[in-house]
Each structure stands twice: as structure tokens, then as C-alpha cells.
Design a protein around this ligand. Structure first.
Ligand SMILES: Nc1ncnc2c1ncn2[C@@H]1O[C@H](COP(=O)(O)OP(=O)(O)OP(=O)(O)O)[C@@H](O)[C@H]1O
Length: 295
């Protein structure tokens, strides 16, 4: 079942296009990572799909319904962690109680459940002024979970968490998606975390989707850089590989991009009396994709 379906979304701030023709889907039980360098448009995208901002163009469907035509109906099934903001002069428990009352859905048992889930029940009576940013993040997650959302949207939820907290959060997100069928979209700069738990990753750069697929495929395989002695040689011997984009030739550097053909390439070079001066092996990552692709 599709939880979120965004098509051709365009958002501008004044004349500046911040999101351009963005199309994204999130399914039930799926964890989708939203990554991209600073200013890529991640937060703006999250604000658009939660109705906090109105895009200029495009359609946003949540649970099959148009967001803006069915706002009251769909928004109650969404849990959002944007920037955790709470009343400093109230305790953690009082903050959640107030929020629950405001949403007309008061249930103390549920508050206890979510506070236990994020590990804050023991400190429920402490004032927010005494909370670290990481604790506020946890409370923000508790708030996002209070109404048993089918769709959880988290903007940089690992910020401020210590490594143990990050691991706990990842475990909880996997549990919610796989055991409760919650669809999760979370933006992060922590690429290893995204690669570890996400079923799908969306790479935004300057408001454009550069990649939408499984994280493992986003991690490029090894590339072999062969520095050749001869600049001039009969390039026809590599005609097939070049056509298939298995290799790339730049001056005297031959880049082998496909696994399993290295032997064949070396044999061809040997037969042409072309010496190899040096070999460099590179392994690309999502981070590299940020900067390489689209340039
Ligand atoms: N209220 C605003 N008015 C004008 N421009 C804005 C506004 N909010 C964001 N922007 C611009 O929109 C672009 C996208 O910002 P956004 O915060 O969505 O990016 P982001 O990917 O979340 O970045 P970060 O990783 O730094 O949080 C940036 O160029 C930013 O300067």
C-alpha cells in the first residue's frame, strides 16, 4: 500500500526554485532515507508533504488522498519530528499531556508507552530546561508516535544523540516499520545509518532527485584506474567495452567500471604492448554521489 505519493512537486521561495519536479513514493513498512547536502531541499520537502508549506506545482497524496483536500483526515495518521520544540517551564510528561489534550485524544497509558519506548519514562517529571538536545529529540520522537501514526516523518532525528542513542533509534525505526507496518521517511546526513536501515534512499541535490533506489546500488562498486604508458594506441580494441560503458578512457587513464572484466582488459593491453605504470582502486559511496553525479 502506498503511504506517500508525490508527483512533480515544485516549490519556490520567491523566485528561487528549491524543489524541482520531485516525485517520491513511500510504501507501508518501508524506511526511506532522504539525503543531500546542506540546502538540498530536504526540510522544505518535509514541510510540503505535511502541509506546512504549499508547493507551487505537483500532487501530494497521503494514504491515497490528496493532502490539501483531505488535510484533517490524513494529518492525524502522520507523526512528525521536525525541530523538537517544547515548553521549557513544564516537565516532559506535562508537555506530552498538553499536546495530547490539544489533539483531542488524551490517553495517559499511551503517553507512558511512548515515553518508555524512547527511554524517557524515568525522567518524565524533569523540566525541559534540564534536557539535553538529544533528550529533546527523544521526546520529539515520543510526541511523533503518540497518535500511532501510519507514517512517521523525521527530520535529522539522530542529531544530538550519542552513538548508543543512535543505535537504539535505528532499532526502534526498524521495529516500527517491520513489526507495525509504519512507513518512515527520515532525512539525515549520516550516510552509514541510512545505508544500514533504509529500504530505499532518495538523494536530493539543489532540489532535484539525483537518485531513488536501494542504498546498496547507490554505493558504486570498485573502479580500477589503470595509468597506461602509451597515450596513443588502437582504441578499437575496447570498442565493445566503451559502447557498453564498462570502461572510460581519459588520456592515458583507463577506468574499468564493470566488475569481472579486469582480466580481459589486462590481456588486451598486454597484447598491444601497452604497459601499466600504476593502478589505483576506488570505491564510490553515496557521499561521492552527492558531488560527482549531476556535475
Ligand atoms: N523560509 C525560507 N525563505 C527563503 N529561502 C529558504 C527558506 N527556507 C529555506 N530556504 C532555502 O531553501 C533551500 C533549501 O533549504 P532546506 O532547509 O529545505 O534544505 P535542507 O536540505 O533541509 O538543508 P540542511 O541539510 O542544511 O538542513 C536553501 O537554499 C535555503 O536557503
Amino acid at each position: 500500500m502506498e503511504i506517500l505519493s508525490v508527483e512533480n512537486l515544485t516549490k519556490k521561495y520567491g523566485k528561487k526554485v528549491v524543489l524541482c519536479n520531485v516525485s517520491i513514493k513511500v510504501s507501508k513498512g518501508e524506511i526511506v532515507g532522504l539525503v543531500g547536502p546542506n540546502g538540498a531541499g530536504k526540510t522544505t520537502f518535509i514541510k510540503c508533504i505535511t502541509g506546512l508549506l504549499r508547493p507551487e506545482e505537483g500532487s501530494i497524496k497521503l494514504f491515497g488522498y490528496d493532502l490539501f483536500q483531505n488535510y484533517g483526515r490524513v494529518i492525524k495518521d502522520i507523526g512528525l519530528l521536525l525541530e523538537p520544540a517544547f515548553y521549557d517551564y513544564l516537565t516532559a510528561l506535562e508537555n506530552l499531556k498538553i499536546l495530547m489534550i490539544a489533539s483531542n485524544n488524551y490517553n495517559l497509558k499511551k503517553i507512558q508507552e511512548v515515553m518508555e519506548f524512547v527511554g524517557l519514562w524515568e525522567v518524565r517529571n524533569k523540566y525541559i530546561t534540564t534536557f539535553s538536545f538529544g533528550m529533546k529529540q527523544r521526546l520529539g520522537l515520543a510526541q511523533a508516535l503518540m497518535n500511532d501514526p501510519q507514517f512517521l516523518i523525521l527530520d535529522e532525528p539522530t542529531v544530538g544523540l550519542d552513538p548508543i542513542g543512535v543505535n537504539e533509534l535505528k532499532e526502534k525505526l526498524v521495529y516500527l516499520s517491520k513489526n507495525k507496518g509504519v512507513g518512515i521517511l527520515f532525512s539525515s546526513h549520516q550516510l552509514p545509518d541510512v545505508e544500514e536501515i533504509c529500504d530505499k534512499v532518495i538523494l536530493l541535490r539543489e532540489g532535484v532527485v539525483l537518485y531513488d533506489g536501494i542504498p546498496k546500488e547507490a554505493v558504486k562498486q570498485k573502479e580500477y584506474y589503470l595509468i597506461l604508458s602509451n597515450k596513443e594506441f588502437n582504441k578499437n580494441i575496447f570498442e565493445d567495452e566503451i559502447i557498453n560503458n564498462y570502461i572510460d578512457l581519459r588520456d592515458n587513464v583507463l577506468i574499468v567500471k564493470k566488475q569481472g572484466i579486469l582480466n580481459n582488459i589486462l590481456r588486451k593491453l598486454y597484447n598491444q604492448n601497452i604497459d601499466i605504470l600504476d593502478i589505483d582502486i576506488k570505491r564510490g559511496s553515496l557521499l561521492e554521489l552527492f558531488y560527482m553525479k549531476g556535475q
